[in-house]
Write a protein that binds this ligand. Sequence first.
Ligand SMILES: Cc1ncc(COP(=O)(O)O)c(C=O)c1O
Length: 381
Amino acid sequence: MNSIYFDHAATTPMHPAAIEAYVEAASAGPSNPSSLHAAGRAARERISAARDAIAELLGCSPAEIVFTGSGTESDNSALFGAARAQRERGRTGIVTTAVEHHAVLNACRRLEAEGFALTVLPVDKYGRVSLEDAETAIGDDTAVVSVMAGNNETGTLQPIAEIGELARRRKALMHVDAVQAFGYLPLNLRELPIDLLSVSAHKINGPQGVGLLYVRRGTPWLPLLHGGSQERSRRAGTENVAGIAAFAAAADVALKERASRWERAESVRAEALRQLSAQIGSGSFVVNGHPDDRLPHVLNVSFPGISSESMLMNLDLAGIAASGGSACNSGSLKPSHVLEAMNLPSDRIGSAVRFSFGLGNTIDQAEKMAKIIATISARYA
Ligand SMILES: Cc1ncc(COP(=O)(O)O)c(C=O)c1O
C-alpha cells in the first residue's frame, strides 16, 4: 500500500459516515426495493430518503434524480438520452469540448457515428473554452451541449453557467459533467441553466459503482437501459440500495463541509507547490491548468526531462500514489488528450504528473512528497 495517497481525482477513500450508512443498509437483510413485502418497502424507503437528501443539497426535486451505476453511465445516459430525444425534434447537432472525460467524448463520437454532427470546441493553453467559440457552435439545430464543470486532469473550470445560457437561447439541452466539481463548487440547480448533470459517488468519499444523473423536469430525454420500471422507468435494474444510502451520506458531508474541504485541499496543494519550489527550484517544474479558475484538489505538474512513467514509478516505489492523467489512461501510457488540446510542448505533456488531494491528506505529506521528488530529480539530473 502507498503511504501517501495523492490520487483523489481517480477515486477517494470512503468517509466513515458513508461506510456506516453502507454497512447499516447492507446488514438490513435481503431487500429488493421493487418487492411489495416489508423488507422491500424498507429498501424503497432508504432510497427515497437518500434521493430526498441529495435533491435538497442540489436544489432540485427528488423526482429529477436518477440513480445510476457510475459517472460514466450518467454521462452516457445524458448524452444518448438527450440526443436521441432531440433527434425526434429535428435537432442533430452535438457540441462538446476537447478536454472532456472519455465518458463524454467517446459517447459523443458514438453519436457522431450514428449521424449526429459533432463539434468539439478547442481550448486555450489553460484548458478553457471560449464563450465566442461556444456561441458560434451552438445553433438552432443543436440537440445537446456537454461541457464539464471542472477538469479531472488539470482542475480547470469551464464557464458552465454562461454556456448554459447560450444553449438555453438556442433551446439546446445543456449537460454538465460535475463528477470532479461536485462537493467543491456550489451547484444550485434552481439557479443554474443546466438540464442534465452527472455526479459519481466514489469521487466524493462515497462508494464505487454508484452515480446520479439529474434530469430537469420536462427535459426531452430517453432512457439508456430498458427493463423494469425502477427509477420511474428511467434506469432499469435493481438499485444498489446500500451504495445509494452511502452516496447520500457522503454527499451530505461533502456539501455541508464544502468550504472546509476546499480549504483543506487548497492548503495541501499550496504547500506542495511551495515545497517543490524550495526543494528543486521553481525552474524545474511547470504547473498545467488555469492558475486561478480551477478546482482546489488537482495539481498537474510537468517535470521536463523526467518522463511521467519514470516519475510515477519512482513515486510509487517511495510510497506515493499519483497519476499520469485520467485514471483510465494511466495504464495505457497514451499522451493526455487534455494536455494535447491545450497545445503544450511534447516534453511538458510527456512529463506531466497529476497529484490530487482530499480526505486524510496533510501538509506534512506535501512536504514529504517534495523531498522525495527532489531525490528522484537528482537521479535524472
Ligand atoms: C470528469 C469525470 N467524468 C466522468 C468520470 C467517470 O466516472 P466513473 O469513474 O464513476 O465512471 C470521471 C472519472 O474519473 C471523471 O473524472
